[in-house]
Design a protein around this ligand. Structure first.
Ligand SMILES: CC(C)(COP(=O)(O)OP(=O)(O)OC[C@H]1O[C@@H](n2cnc3c(N)ncnc32)[C@H](O)[C@@H]1OP(=O)(O)O)[C@@H](O)C(=O)NCCC(=O)NCCS
Length: 142
C-alpha cells in the first residue's frame, strides 16, 4: 500500500499509515546487543525507541523542542526478536496548552523467507513543549 506522499518500495509489508490514522514515524531493526538474557529484545530498549518515535509528532506540532513528561500506558503484547523490522506508528490523541499526547503502535515484520507481521507494543506518552531554559511553552503560540 503506497500513496503519493509516502512512496515506499514494494518489499515493505507495513504501509505509511494504519487504518487507525497512525503515521509511520520510524523503522529500526534490533541487534544482538539489544537482547536480554532470554534472547528476546530488552524491554528498556523498546521503551527508548518508542520514546524517540513518540516525540516526532509533538516536535512537529509544537515546532520545537519537547521533553517526555509521562508514559501513560505501555503494553508489551508480544516479544520482539533480533532482526525483526520494527515499524512505529504515531497519532496525536490530545493537544493541551503546553503538552501533546500521542499513541504509538509498534509492528514487527519477521521471517523474511515467509514474512508476516505481528503487533508487538502499544503505548501512550505525553510530551511537553519546552523553551531554551527547559520551561513549558505554549504548543501553539499566539
Ligand atoms: C516536563 C516539565 C518541563 C514540566 O514542567 P512543570 O513545571 O511540571 O509543568 P506543568 O505542571 O505546567 O505541566 C506542563 C504540562 O504537562 C502536563 N503534565 C504534567 N504532569 C503530567 C503527567 N503526569 N501526565 C500527563 N501530563 C502531565 C500538564 O498537564 C501540562 O500540560 P498542559 O499545559 O497541556 O495542560 C518538567 O516536569 C520536567 O522538566 N520534567 C523532566 C522531563 C525529562 O527529563 N524527561 C525525560 C525523562 S527520561
Amino acid at each position: 500500500m503506497t500513496d503519493a506522499s509516502c512512496p515506499l518500495p514494494a518489499p515493505y509489508l507495513m504501509p505509511c499509515q494504519t487504518d487507525e490514522g497512525g503515521e509511520l514515524v520510524m523503522r529500526v531493526i534490533p541487534m544482538p546487543a539489544d537482547a536480554n538474557p532470554n534472547g528476546d529484545i530488552f524491554g528498556g530498549w523498546i521503551m527508548a525507541q518508542v520514546d524517540l518515535a513518540g516525540a516526532v509528532l509533538p516536535i512537529r506540532v509544537s515546532r520545537g523542542r519537547v521533553t517526555t513528561v509521562a508514559v501513560n500506558q505501555f503494553i508489551f503484547k508480544q516479544p520482539v526478536s533480533i532482526g525483526d523490522l520494527l515499524s512505529f506508528y504515531a497519532r496525536v490523541t490530545r493537544v493541551g496548552n503546553t503538552s501533546v499526547t500521542v499513541h504509538v503502535d509498534v509492528f514487527a515484520e519477521r521471517n523474511p523467507a515467509e514474512p508476516h507481521v505481528v503487533k508487538v507494543t502499544e503505548a501512550s506518552l505525553t510530551y511537553v513543549a519546552i523553551d531554551a531554559q527547559g520551561r513549558p511553552r505554549p504548543v501553539q503560540p499566539g
